[in-house]
Design a protein around this ligand. Sequence first.
Ligand code: G6P
Length: 500
Amino acid sequence: MVQHHITAPLIVVSNRLPFVLQRNKDGELSRKPSAGGLVTAVAPVVVDCGGLWIGWSGLHTEEPLEFIPESDPDDKAPTAGLLSKQVIAVHIPEREFDDFYNGCCNGTFWPLFHSMPDRAVFKAHTWDAYCRVNKEFASRTLEALRKSAKELDDQERFETCPVVWIHDYQLLVAATTIRQVVEEEKLRCKLAFFLHIPFPSWDIMRLFPWDDEILQGMLACDMVGFHIEDYCLNFIDCCSRRLGCRVDRNNMLVELAGRTVHIKALPIGIPFDRFVQLAENTPRFLKLAESEKIILGVDRLDYTKGLVHRILAFERLLEKYPEHVEKVTLLQISVPSRTDVREYRQLKEEMDQLVGRINGRFSMPNWSPIRYIYGGVTQEQLAAFYRDSAVALVTPLRDGMNLVAKEYVACQIKEPGVLILSPFAGAGGMMHEALVVNPYEIDKAADTIHRALHMPLDEREVRMKQLRHREQQMDVNYWMNSFLASMGAVNNSDEADPLS
Ligand code: G6P
């Protein structure tokens, strides 16, 4: 892996800060680290280049937060080096947050971008709240750009071009305001956007009444990144058909008002080595009967993850292949998510009933088919579950990338298991050695699980070796470095095609 030396300050803008702030009973604030791979890769770069992270703190406060606590001296989290002056907490009043986050982000864009338009709600007042919140993020970013320009002398100001990197579907139109003001005030910066979820086809996107504003918001950047080429091509198609932009599909370029925007596929990876280390150093948590095998599912409790289809496929396996009764257990970990949104609460009910019904149908005095955890697990437990499971079921109906598939293969340090993967996850297009199954085909999915449980060791080894090699090479640092190289923000820029 090449380590780059970053040549420009990086300003990351994301809905959530890389840690959550919590208050103890005396009212004092402290940081609670977030475990995601994005944070692991991006936070050290922000620390090294003296950059900034702008985001919501996770707290609802009456007034804006006056200060962010420094990290605990014993903290080993990747964000520990981020000084409080490198963090800007955006304040969003609670009512406004409800319309923005529960209403527009998760009630409209989440289902729409995952091509599930029937679940999407289009409301003018939540869209208005979304635009206001995006403007607030933009103002805080502009304040930071003005402040950093003021601190430089003329020569430095000429040489320094900060990179502003906006993340995900919560902030699709923030760049509109940033671009406009940056041009008016002649501030120097490069603007980039990365979408962590799928980008849908034109036929879906056009259902959103203000789709032109979304596209213009994204095109206000110099570079727009997606996980895979399919999403890039969907976006380019929308720009051409909705805005009439001139586009170059071969070189992935879109022209708007005389500016050329670079579109790039940058598939995100995981902190591979960290998962290997966890898998090597974590004891067993699972107590299994002799020759009992675990099939594992790990997901946020979200309707895009195909959980109901998966549980039905497992039920079908037990019906069709009774040899697995008392021998195989499905361990499903469902992490609570967005519980203020009705669709998520309904899914929780549906899952509770389904798991109860199947356990009631098949359980024996000393065995139950499904162990169902509705809650979070620690990173150590997770790594041990990955390592000790014979099969991982990663079967979303639609998913931007899916990191569980990658984490599972990283943790296969002993006798390898089998990854079963949906073609509708971004990861499905790259992890060719997995067994691919359409989650809507319940019967076929049952057959595929059966095949995985019987797969000979040498076949499992060959498949897993390739899968692990690719994920080790294309880990999250590789992703970060590819992004920096494509922005021309690193000193060995001959590696990629920096934007001029
Ligand atoms: C997805 C999105 C992220 C989001 C995460 C957790 O992975 O792409 O932007 O942060 O889900 O969702 P939450 O709504 O809890 O932030």
